[in-house]
Design a protein around this ligand. Sequence first.
Ligand code: CUA
Length: 354
Amino acid sequence: MDDDRLTGACRPIRSEERIVRQGSDRNGRTKAVASLFLLCPFLVSCSGIQSALDPAGREAADVATLFFTMLLGGAIIWAGVVGLLFYAARKRRVHSEKNAGRLILWGGAVFPSVVLLALLSYAAWLMPNVRPWFQGADGGMRRIEVTGEQFWWRVRYLDAGGAVAFETANEVRVPVGERVVFSLKSPDVIHSFWIPVLGGKMDMIPGRENRLTLQAEKPGTYRGVCAEFCGTSHALMAFTVHAMQPQDYEAWLLARRASSGVQDAEGLALFLKHGCAACHTVAGTEAQGKIGPDLTAFGERGSAGAGTLANEVEHVARFLRDPGRIKPGAKMPHFTMLPEAETDRIAAYLTGLK
Ligand code: CUA
């Protein structure tokens, strides 16, 4: 038995022991650094093509400002509560009932009420900016109609009179610095249209038209998603957003109205032969189906299968052969009975459409 342990007497720290203690200090520091690194994944979601905290539009900037203000408000309340806890722990005993009553009144009622009222007023003041439609401010604004389908997005560009100028799918293009009104619809179930970098989300409800105005401020390519569970492939329902300089946007609109899918006659012939035209449109050809996504200029889209696959021949061919394997619940039938050479050829035709 160690005498020191029995007597509890003071003794100098032995060198091995010092090493152990230094080691445990270092362990503590390592753990602290490691926990900081573990926090990094959470910080990553603060930026990127789909982050509401990295706004590229006017409405999203207001939402982000509101979020950070709320965060500051929350931090102030948290600091107040923790401060009071420390105070209570140190004091142990409140000297008089009068003091206790005053503490509850100021710390428990007045302080939180003032902070919450300030946050609420600020949010109410920001709201008209985030939802300008309620002020009837959409007169003369550019309109894009988006319909949530199972599981993709039908996108129609409307002209000044409200008629459809042309249709496309799974991709939205907007000019920078201009407010655009989105008319949101759905034929069957509820979806929610959300471009986090541009603004808040809005539901697409069968039987009605919801409107959302958004204004992009920074040119770039972003990602939009469906934010309401709508079926088995809800998570496989995304779209690409291009915010373009106004002159590029106008040039694109002109080019898009003129685009034609007849350059590759052999690919088009196979596309028509196997009945793809019953559901799909390719402008300038016999293919005028309206059930599935419009495939005009398919090759310029950022993805295939509504944000599911890279827009490359091999992936598109895989999708054509068996859509349900890649996107469960998709309405498109499989084409596994076709020779692979033919599905490959159709995929090459589609990815070549500009
Ligand atoms: Cu569409 Cu979720």
